[in-house]
Design a protein around this ligand. Structure first.
Ligand code: GTP
Length: 288
């Protein structure tokens, strides 16, 4: 038997003896206590005795737990010693550096997870505010930009224009060349509209082939006529599709001015929509 095992055994024997002694002492104490109560009162006080007994049992249990835990800890240290596994200085350094590496790896993983979440949040925001096909603003963002433009126009005292654009005979592209060709036409149309206005202006797609533009800071309504003509020329320029098919489309454009034609988005959309249908029915681009 090794010295460590001997130490271990004698230590647990000591504890057993200690525990036995304590139990006997507690039991004797209890018996003396009960006898005293009976002698003094002449009758057993059952309730009082029960409480006292429970207190004594509680105390002995706590003592036992403490002894038991202390013994467990000592057993662990003895086990380490017996296996000669006590960490050396080198071992501790190694342990420290591997813990540091582990923490650094965890931080990297967390950073990647945070970046991924931020990326997803950004994508969700874009999805919520933009048209999936063309990347233009959707109706939600259009409403937001409209409010923003109104506030700016109020401060500067300048007017702004709302244009409604609708492609003519777009359905025929879908019907004759397929939905993919139709999508391509919509994407090119969006690109053309965006390139025709300033970055601060808003271009939105609000329906199949319906687009809305907000053109800021209009000093002279005549200015809008030039912009309208430029848009018309751009949109009626034939589009060569990926399949080689050349798509020729017409466009109808309606105009409304803030604040002359209304102060709310709905008012301006109604005026521009009416103007656009007049343009479509006459077959010519006549900005109202
Ligand atoms: N390819 C494609 N087609 C769409 C999309 N959204 C709506 N459409 C189609 O666009 C067409 C729009 O129909 P209309 O409003 O009659 O268009 P139009 O032929 O230009 O008619 P007018 O405006 O009266 O000249 C419908 O056939 C819809 O199915 C889309 O995202 N992609």
């Amino acid at each position: 038997m090794s010295w460590i095992e001997e130490q271990h055994l004698s230590s647990s024997n000591r504890h057993q003896r200690w525990w036995l002694g304590l139990s006997i002492a507690l039991l004797s104490g209890l018996v003396i206590f009960v006898s005293t109560i009976v002698a003094v009162t002449g009758q057993p006080m059952a309730a009082l005795l029960t409480v006292c007994s429970m207190v004594l049992i509680g105390i002995s249990f706590v003592l036992y737990r403490r002894l038991h835990l202390a013994r467990l800890q000592r057993e662990e240290v003895l086990a380490l010693l017996s296996r000669k596994q006590w960490p050396t200085c080198e071992g501790l350094c190694h342990l420290e550096s591997s813990l540091a590496k582990c923490a650094a790896r965890r931080i990297q993983v967390l950073q990647a997870e945070i970046a991924d979440l931020q990326d997803r949040e950004q994508r969700l925001k874009v999805q919520a505010h933009h048209d999936g096909l063309t990347g233009l603003a959707n109706r939600f963002l259009l409403t937001d930009r409209f409010q923003f433009t109104v506030e700016r126009a109020k401060r500067s005292g300048q007017s702004f224009a709302l244009l409604m654009v609708d492609l003519n005979d777009f359905k025929a592209i879908n019907d004759h060349h397929g939905h993919v060709a139709g999508d391509e036409v919509l994407v090119v149309t969006a690109q053309r509209l965006s390139s025709a206005v300033r970055a601060s202006d808003t271009v939105a797609r609000i329906g199949g082939d319906e687009f809305v533009l907000i053109i800021e800071s209009i000093e002279d309504p005549q200015e809008m006529l030039h912009i309208g003509e430029k848009l018309f020329d751009m949109l009626t320029d034939p589009i060569t599709l990926n399949t080689g098919v050349v798509a020729k489309l017409g466009a109808s454009i309606g105009l409304a001015l803030y604040p002359d034609d209304g102060a709310s988005l709905n008012d301006l959309l109604n005026v521009a929509d009416q103007a656009m249908y007049e343009c479509k029915s006459t077959g010519s681009m006549s900005l109202q």
